[in-house]
Design a protein around this ligand. Structure first.
Ligand code: HEC
Ligand code: HEC
Length: 458
């Protein structure tokens, strides 16, 4: 039986929204197509708009924002996803806990629930006004060659269920309004050359769709050595999993090749929970705290739980566009392409076939990313190499639903949260993004407003 009105109503995130809720996604014909434009991706799909996420699109509802399931799921499909939702929002505790399904947290951890950092699947406060760092930011530990700290490992755990955590981070802006982080460690100093790599917790929108985009679709946009001389040289982040070469796609540096690996990585590094993918606690051999605490099973999170979380994230819908003025929106889209934003923030991708999620197969989606790494210049470098991605390289983040986040108190942008607004985020673009940034700065105020209004609506 189809169940079009089943959605989850746990949090109320937005109480008011500046946009009216017009159903304008499907069949509008814009008149802005200029033949002979040399900037690439003004394709027919950005002239004849289709729904933002194909079958996974849901009418935007300010009360539910990101927490709506795809409207056409049947009850069987919703069953596992609902279990996943419980695990995503559930508070995990140290073992032995009263709820074995949710025990095994720590001993080293950062948060007690996925949703503590992915607030309503949106952004959690990060750079707090008092100089404290909120749960919306965590810290990788590494150097420019990719080495981890020998004592603390590759990520800082700022909480512990027993004994002391690894340390505490505070922040302040430098003269250029770049956040500078100060770590106070609880055991020993970081090794020489190891830096903090801040990572903002992103909104989880259309994650399952991005998981389904085929490798060919991503690789077709690669241009590692900039052979077309446009100043943009996106490259794939190849990772190795059990000796196999796989394409990284999730995280600010595209470190994780699949949703399953991303969730397993989060369980391990962010919560101290083991899975069949990552059977060890986030302790180095020098740290004895992990051996001293009872574990919550081997692994602590079953494959069934991991699959349920993946189902939950995969079957969440993407909110439809929120457009006040279709003409202005079309002009904004045009400017986005003309000044070079779309060269990295590619408007469309297509999902591949999927036996597991047939509803999501072969969908045209509008995430505004190429899922490739780009050199974004020295200002955005954090001196930490992760995998094969050097300190200046970042994966183009998807931009869909960005406008919904901007409205939420405490939301910030870019990998370390340095930008308070979408406009500030653009102004930090360096390296391969410099030309687009310069073009943005040169826009007349009215054009800039059209572009920003477009970005807030996608
Ligand atoms: C301590 C905060 C924190 C917790 C807890 C946490 N996450 Fe995350 N999550 C992050 C950060 C930060 C990133 C970006 C990581 C990176 O850049 O490598 C991220 C990235 C992700 C992504 C990839 C998003 C993208 O656009 O590429 C997914 C999916 C995700 N988390 C799911 C989960 C799940 C599932 C859980 C619970 C098992 C969880 N997270 C727990 C902070 C957190
Ligand atoms: C060379 C590729 C490239 C170009 C061109 C580019 N971007 Fe980006 N964009 C990125 C990358 C990579 C990041 C993440 C950088 C970071 O966090 O350090 C980013 C981040 C952003 C963010 C913040 C996203 C978030 O989740 O916090 C916004 C907004 C954005 N870009 C908009 C634009 C606009 C508008 C343009 C055109 C003026 C543009 N970008 C041009 C690659 C690009």
């Amino acid at each position: 039986m189809k169940n079009p009105y089943l959605f989850i109503a746990i949090f109320i995130m937005l109480s008011g929204c500046q946009f009216s809720n017009k159903k304008s996604d499907d069949s509008h014909n814009a008149s802005t197509n200029t033949p002979g434009n040399t900037n690439p991706p003004l394709n027919s799909e950005t002239i004849n708009w289709k729904p933002v996420a194909g079958n996974a699109t849901v009418e935007f509802d300010p009360s539910f924002s990101f927490l709506q399931f795809i409207p056409t799921l049947d009850l069987a499909e919703l069953d596992n996803a609902s279990k996943g939702r419980e695990l995503f929002i559930g508070e995990w505790t140290a073992a032995p806990g009263s709820r074995p399904l949710l025990d095994g947290l720590g001993p080293l951890t950062i948060a007690t629930a996925c949703s503590s950092c992915h607030f309503v699947s949106g952004r959690t406060p990060s750079l707090e006004a008092n100089g404290e760092v909120g749960l919306g930011l965590l810290f990788r530990l590494g150097d420019e060659l990719g080495n981890h700290d020998p004592y603390y490992g590759g990520q800082l755990q700022t909480a512990a269920t027993t004994g002391s955590s690894e340390g505490h981070v505070s922040w302040q802006f430098d003269a250029n309004k770049k956040p500078v982080f100060t770590l106070t460690t609880n055991q020993m100093e970081l090794a020489k050359g190891i830096s903090l790599g801040p990572r903002l917790s992103p909104q989880l929108v259309g994650i399952g769709l991005l998981d389904l985009v085929s490798e060919q679709d991503i690789l077709a946009r690669e241009d590692e050595f900039d052979s077309n001389n446009d100043g943009i040289s996106g490259r794939a982040h190849w990772r190795s999993v059990n000796g196999e070469k796989v394409l990284g796609r999730f995280g600010w540096k595209a470190m994780q090749p699949s949703l399953e690996h991303q969730s397993a990585g989060a369980f391990q590094q962010d919560m101290g929970l083991t899975t069949s993918i990552n059977p060890n606690e986030p302790c180095t051999p020098l740290q004895t705290i992990c051996a001293e605490q009872p574990n919550g099973g081997s692994p602590e999170v079953s494959d069934a739980s991991l699959f349920a979380i993946n189902d939950f994230l995969t079957l969440l819908a993407v909110p439809a566009r929120r457009i006040n003025d279709q003409n202005e929106f079309d002009q904004g889209s045009r400017i986005f392409a003309d000044i070079g934003c779309a060269q990295c923030h590619q408007p469309t991708l297509t999902t591949s076939d999927s036996k597991q999620y047939p509803l999501l197969a072969k969908q045209l989606i509008y995430p505004y990313t190429d899922l490739l790494l780009h050199d974004m210049g020295e200002d955005l470098s954090d001196n930490v190499k992760e995998g094969d991605a050097n300190p200046r390289e970042w994966r183009t983040p998807p931009l869909w639903s960005l406008g919904l986040i901007e409205k939420v108190e405490g939301s910030r942008f870019l990998h370390d949260g340095r930008a308070a607004t979408i406009e500030e985020a653009i102004l930090w673009h360096g390296g391969e993004g410099s030309a687009a940034n310069n073009n943005f700065v040169k826009l007349a105020p009215a054009e800039k407003e059209k572009l920003l209004s477009f970005l807030r609506s996608i």
